[in-house]
Design a protein around this ligand. Structure first.
Ligand code: GDP
Ligand code: MG
Length: 291
């Protein structure tokens, strides 16, 4: 129980204007592994860009819509969308550039980050482009904003301090289960897109009654020409939650299944046969972390 209790997991949004180095940081954190990319990013509000699994933690990075400078009404809409997306995460990471810090566009992002009711981390990227002496005053200035729990200077390109960044992010996450098997980024990206899409339907349709930590396990995934067959288990923590997900005479799970199938078919441009069932086993995640 002790060691399981220490496991931390959560969704982390990456916020920052274009070019600050979000993708580079992701690739660095994930090593040589590929980041999951969706051919149709609109499918879900939040795009998973990478999952980092280590013995003590799992960090699921989300790419959220960027905020650009524009005319006012459009800007308000973008901020609203970005805020909705970022609000789904457990922790927010904002990225700025050491050599071009706190631009007008960065301040727009900061406005949003400030409103998020969660812990917030600032990554000051591209420190390789400035003198060491310039970094400290920038950290100092940034900490005076009183928005960030932690500030980490780093170079995503060179890899400097990226380990520290991961440590800080993991340290700020709450205890939680392994949400995705740890081989997720090697060869099974598609399976986990499927899981993510199904999970989104569960959370959305059942509203507040099912926690965001609900997991979906893809138990079978078979591709044949023109058809993808998926069998997935929706894992809930309580018997009452199981009843909610199934619904009256199976109405809810049917709804979840057809909504998910619709998105999955759109996603792959192929027919999908989706079989869903609900599992209640409060120990399910422990067996996962013990591997
Ligand atoms: P994104 O738009 O936020 O995803 O930014 P990218 O990751 O695509 O990076 C934008 C550009 O900045 C690319 O040319 C990267 O090589 C460069 N870049 C990213 N991180 C660093 C860094 O730490 N140092 C330097 N010198 N360049 C970086
Ligand atoms: Mg990018």
């Amino acid at each position: 129980m002790e060691e399981d209790a220490a496991f931390k997991s959560g969704f982390v949004s990456l916020l920052g204007r274009p070019n600050v180095g979000k993708s580079t940081l992701m690739n660095r954190v994930l090593g040589a592994k590929i980041a999951i990319t969706s051919p149709k990013p609109q499918t879900t509000r939040n795009k998973i860009v990478g999952i980092h699994t280590a013995p003590g933690h799992q960090i699921i990075f989300l790419d959220t819509p960027g905020i650009h400078k524009s005319n006012k009404p459009l800007n308000r809409m973008m901020v609203k969308e970005a805020k909705k997306a970022a609000a789904d995460a457990d922790l927010a990471v904002m990225i700025i550039e050491a050599d071009n810090p706190w631009t007008e566009e960065d301040l727009l992002t900061l406005d949003l980050v400030e409103t998020l009711e969660m812990k917030r981390v600032l990554a000051i990227n591209k420190v390789d482009k400035v003198h060491r002496a310039a970094v400290l005053p920038l950290i100092d200035h940034s900490s005076k904003l009183s928005v960030f729990e932690e500030i980490v200077p780093l170079s995503a390109l060179k890899g400097d301090n990226v380990d520290r960044f991961v440590e800080v992010v993991a340290g700020l996450l709450e205890e939680g289960p392994l949400l995705f098997p740890d081989d997720v980024l090697t060869d099974q990206a598609e399976r986990f897109w499927a899981a993510e899409i199904i999970r989104e339907k569960v959370v959305r349709r059942t509203r507040q009654e099912i926690p965001y930590s609900t997991a979906v396990m893809i138990e079978e995934f078979a591709e044949s020409p023109g058809l993808i067959r998926i069998k997935a288990a929706i894992l809930v923590e309580r018997e009452t939650q199981k009843r909610i997900v199934i619904g009256k005479a199976g109405a809810m799970i049917k709804e979840i299944g057809s909504a998910a199938r619709h998105d999955l078919e759109n996603f792959w441009g192929q027919k999908v046969f989706l079989e869903l069932y609900v599992k209640h086993d409060k120990n399910w995640w422990r067996t996962q972390t013990e591997r």
